[in-house]
Ligand binder design. Sequence first.
Ligand SMILES: *[C@@H]1O[C@H](CO)[C@@H](O)[C@H](O)[C@H]1NC(C)=O
Ligand SMILES: *[C@@H]1O[C@H](CO)[C@@H](O)[C@H](O)[C@H]1NC(C)=O
Ligand SMILES: *[C@@H]1O[C@H](CO)[C@@H](O)[C@H](O)[C@H]1NC(C)=O
Ligand SMILES: *[C@@H]1O[C@H](CO)[C@@H](O)[C@H](O)[C@H]1NC(C)=O
Ligand SMILES: *[C@@H]1O[C@H](CO)[C@@H](O)[C@H](O)[C@H]1NC(C)=O
Length: 424
Amino acid sequence: MQSPKLSILIAALIAISQYKSVTALTCNAGTNGQVTCAEGVTECFVKTVAGNVTRGCVTDTTCVAPTCLTCKTDNCNEARMCKQCFGSQPDCGRTNGSADAFNTLCLTATDQCAIVVAANGTVSRGCRGACAANDPNCKSCTTDNCNVGIFPENRRLCYQCNGDTCGTPDNASMLLGCDIYQATGQKCYTIGTSATTMQRGCQTDSTADNKCSASSTDPNCLFCDNENGCNNRPYSRVLGSCYKCNDADKCLLQQEAGKESACAPAVYTQNENSCYTQLFNNGSVGRGCTNELADGCETTQNCNACTGDNCNVNIATFQCLICRSDYYAPCRQAKVQPENCPASSLTGPQAMKCFSGEWDGVVVRGCLSEASALMQYQCTAEADTRCQTCTGLGCNRLVYNGAATLQQMGLGLFALISIVRHYF
Ligand SMILES: *[C@@H]1O[C@H](CO)[C@@H](O)[C@H](O)[C@H]1NC(C)=O
Ligand SMILES: *[C@@H]1O[C@H](CO)[C@@H](O)[C@H](O)[C@H]1NC(C)=O
Ligand SMILES: *[C@@H]1O[C@H](CO)[C@@H](O)[C@H](O)[C@H]1NC(C)=O
Ligand SMILES: *[C@@H]1O[C@H](CO)[C@@H](O)[C@H](O)[C@H]1NC(C)=O
Ligand SMILES: *[C@@H]1O[C@H](CO)[C@@H](O)[C@H](O)[C@H]1NC(C)=O
C-alpha cells in the first residue's frame, strides 16, 4: 500500500514533468521571428546552403556541421553565423575565407562578424564586437557570414603552387593572397628547373620550402610586384625572332626583311628577346638568337648582342675604341664607347684587331687595319712596348695611368703627327 505522502510526491513529479513539456524550447526562425519548437526538440539551428542562411528548431538529422550548426538554449540561434579562422591557418588570409569549415555560431546576439589583420601580417576571422571606426586593420559587419573576402582588399595575390600542375598555374585554385600581409613591396616569386618542377609563391611565405625568401640570393628566383598573379611565366616560352645565318657571303651584309626566324624558347628569367651578330676569325659572320648560343655571346669572342625582335639586321661591323688623348682626355682611361671600324677591317692580316699605345705621352686607340704601316709594325712587334694589339670587339681598353705633361706632348707632337697621319 502506498502511503498518502508518497502518492502526493508522485503526483507532484508528474505535474513537474508535464510543466516541463509545456515550456518548450524557443528558437529564432529568421523572418518568422521566434518559434516554439515541437515537443521533444532540444536544439536550435543555423544552416547555410549556397550562402543562404536559414534558422529554426532542429527537427531532423540533416543538420550536420559545418553547414548546419546547433545550440541548446532559448533563441541561442539568434546570434550571427560568422567565419572563424586564425592566423595559424594560412588559408584564413590566402583565401576569401568562405570555406564552410570556417562556419561558427557566435555566442551572443550582439557579436558581429569581423576580419582582423595582426601586426605580424596574419589574418584572423571570427565573432567580436564592432571594430573601431577607421581602423584599417579591422573590418566588422552585421549579416551572417559577411566576414569573407580577401583582406585587406589590396592584399597581393600570387600564384602559389608546386610541381606538376604549377607549369601553367590555374587562376581559380592557385591565385591566392599572400599568407603574410605586407602593406608595400610584397613580391611574388617564380623558380624552377623545368616545366614540371616549378614553384611559385610569395616572398614573405614562412613555409620551410620557400626557396625565394627575402634573404635568398638564388639568381633563379624571379621576383615581381607589378600586379596580382604576375608570377605566371611558364618555365620557357618563345620571346621573338632573329636573323639566323652562318654563310660566307650574305651573312655579313644587311639582312633582308622577312628572312628572320623564331628563337628557341627562353627560360622564365629572360624577358626580352636577344639576337647576336658574331664575327669569326676566318672572316665569316654568324647571326642568331642569343639564347641558342651554348656559351653565350661574349664580346671577347667578337659577339655583339642586341635586344628586341630581329635587331641583328645591320651589316656586320668590327668595333674598337677610337680616340686620341690629346683631342679627348678620357681616352687615356678608355672611357669612350666602341665605334665601328671600316668594312675593310673584316679581312686581311690585321682583320678584327684593335690597338692601343702611347707615343710621347699621347694615348692613341683604334682599328689596327686602319693604322699606318709604321704603327702596325710598332704595335705588332713584340720588342716594342709602346703599343699593344688585341682581338675582340672593343677590346682595346688598356688603361694608361697619369696624364702626360704639356712638355711631353709639345715635344712629341710632330713625331706623332707623322706616325698617326694615316689613321686620322
Ligand atoms: C534561400 O532560402 C529561401 C527561404 O527558404 C528560399 O526561398 C530561397 O530559394 C533560397 N535561396 C537559395 C539560393 O537557396
Ligand atoms: C570565394 O572564393 C571561392 C573560390 O575561389 C569562390 O567560389 C567564391 O565565390 C568566393 N566567395 C566570395 C564571397 O567572394
Ligand atoms: C601573429 O600574431 C597573431 C596575433 O597576435 C598570433 O596569434 C600568431 O601566432 C602570430 N603568428 C606568427 C607566425 O607569428
Ligand atoms: C587569370 O588571372 C589573371 C590576373 O587576374 C588575368 O589577367 C587572366 O586573364 C586570368 N586568366 C584566365 C584564364 O582566367
Ligand atoms: C668560320 O668559323 C666559324 C666558327 O668557327 C664556322 O662556323 C664557319 O663555318 C667558318 N666559315 C668558313 C667559311 O670557314
